[in-house]
Design a protein around this ligand. Structure first.
Ligand code: ADP
Ligand code: ASP
Ligand code: MG
Length: 403
């Protein structure tokens, strides 16, 4: 069998954890399997590198950021190779580009265009364990790129897809995907299985246990994923197309505090206004999420929406220009907000799921500022200070603790 195993930052954070990873992968290798390992940078390395850059230049070029950030994964890959070699088993580490990752040239958030795993195959043929640096690739201009935070998950899935792997395991510091972040909600339950669609929503809405692009890719190429702990030897959560429906209305609650809310008031109430504003945002690659437009009053209306916080200021500048052009009134910016969401395929066939969420918020006197829904999710925008309380209350409503 060909098995791809990805290990996140905590799982490779020091010599002891690296030895643990070496044990896991060599056991699989000794079972007669080909093993490709994808690693993240150790512990907080990526954050530390970002901080180092900020000390030098508060607006560093994205190209140089990629040059810098890619070094983190090279440390863990080479150390793991040494660790495995020490056990007497052949291993080789490869950078993203040696492993054949060609990406777009959007530095710091590049997308994988193609993986050509010739070198990986050659090394596997020589019976080596191949360790690949996650999160990185090369653009067509031969520049080093990175895939955005959490991108190593996507690297692993991309290799699994390109090589038609039999198994793709994502090892992390919790035992799988839970009904909420198990570090914040002690009663969160581990899911046996979850569908790609639900996992994609959860990941996009803030559950960082899997990167959303990795789930998107797994769905596209139908790669079954297992999310499991590198600390315990327990079965994890399977992410796949169809899951046996458990008797659950929702599969999880997620929180995202990296959002900003913008509103433009007194926009002329005539066709084309929303188009004008949102096409400008799209041109700058700013993803707009929850959108609210008020009922027209007289001859004006208000438009409010959320964007990722790191695009907040750019979006605000666009709004101000738009307001100037069309004669709208005020632009209000607020990044003291959070998005809390519930996700579940069960919603499609059950009425009252959203009401149950709103009831949980009402009981805690938490004010809802915006709402967005789709077939399998409900998101609310609330004050940031209320976010943790909201997640707990909603989780308790849907998954009451059995007394
Ligand atoms: P890695 O470094 O292994 O990629 P991450 O820190 O990116 O690990 O993701 C794992 C973390 O995701 C967990 O420690 C947990 O706190 C968080 N998390 C958030 N939501 C969930 C969830 N629904 N299920 C499991 N973990 C979650
Ligand atoms: N090291 C990168 C990050 O911290 C990529 C990853 O861990 O997946 O975001
Ligand atoms: Mg991660």
């Amino acid at each position: 069998m060909l098995i791809v195993q990805k290990f996140g930052g905590t799982s490779v954070k020091d010599a002891e954890r690296l030895r643990n990873v070496a044990r896991i992968v060599t056991d699989v290798y000794k079972g007669g399997n080909d093993v490709v390992v994808v690693v993240s940078a150790q512990g907080d390395t990526t954050d530390d590198l970002i901080a180092k850059a900020a000390e030098i230049n508060e607006k560093p070029s994205r190209r140089e950021m990629d040059m810098l950030l890619a070094s983190g994964e090279q440390i863990s890959a080479s150390l793991l190779a040494m660790c495995i070699q020490k056990l007497g088993i052949p291993a080789i580490s490869l950078t993203g580009w040696q492993a054949g990752f060609l990406t777009s040239s959007a530095h710091t958030s590049a997308r994988i265009r193609r993986v050509t795993p010739d070198r990986i195959k050659k090394e596997l043929d020589q019976k080596k364990i191949v360790i690949v640096c996650g999160f990185q690739g090369l653009s067509r201009y031969d520049d080093i790129t990175t895939l955005g935070r959490g991108g190593s998950d996507t690297s692993a899935v991309a290799i699994a897809a390109a090589m038609h792997a039999d198994l793709c395991q994502i090892f992390t510091d919790v035992e799988g995907v839970y009904t909420a972040d198990p570090r914040k909600v002690t009663n969160a339950k581990k899911l046996k299985e979850i569908s790609y669609d639900e996992m994609l929503e959860l990941a996009t809405l803030g559950a960082q246990v899997l990167n959303n692009r990795s789930v998107e890719m797994a769905k596209k190429y139908n790669i079954e994923l297992e999310v499991l702990s590198s600390y315990t030897n327990t079965p994890g959560t399977i992410v796949k197309e169809k899951v046996k429906m458990e008797k659950m209305l929702i599969s999880g609650v997620a929180k995202d505090t990296d959002v900003a809310r913008l509103s433009v008031t007194c926009v002329p109430d005539k066709p084309g206004m929303v188009f004008k504003l949102f096409s400008k945002l799209a041109q700058r690659n700013i993803n707009v999420d929850v959108i609210l437009q008020s009922v027209g009053r007289g001859d004006t209306k208000d438009i409010a929406f959320t964007v990722p916080i790191d695009k907040g200021m750019e979006a605000k500048a666009i709004c101000e220009k738009f307001a100037d052009n069309v004669g709208a009134d005020v632009v209000d910016y607020d990044d003291n907000v959070a998005k809390v969401s519930i996700v579940g395929a069960g919603m499609e066939s059950h009425a009252g799921v959203a009401a149950k969420m709103f009831e949980a918020l009402y009981e805690k006197q938490i004010n809802i500022r915006m709402i967005a829904t789709s077939e399998i999710k409900v998101s609310v925008i609330i004050n940031k200070d209320d976010a943790d309380r909201a997640v707990l209350a909603i989780h308790e409503k849907f998954f009451p603790v059995e007394k």
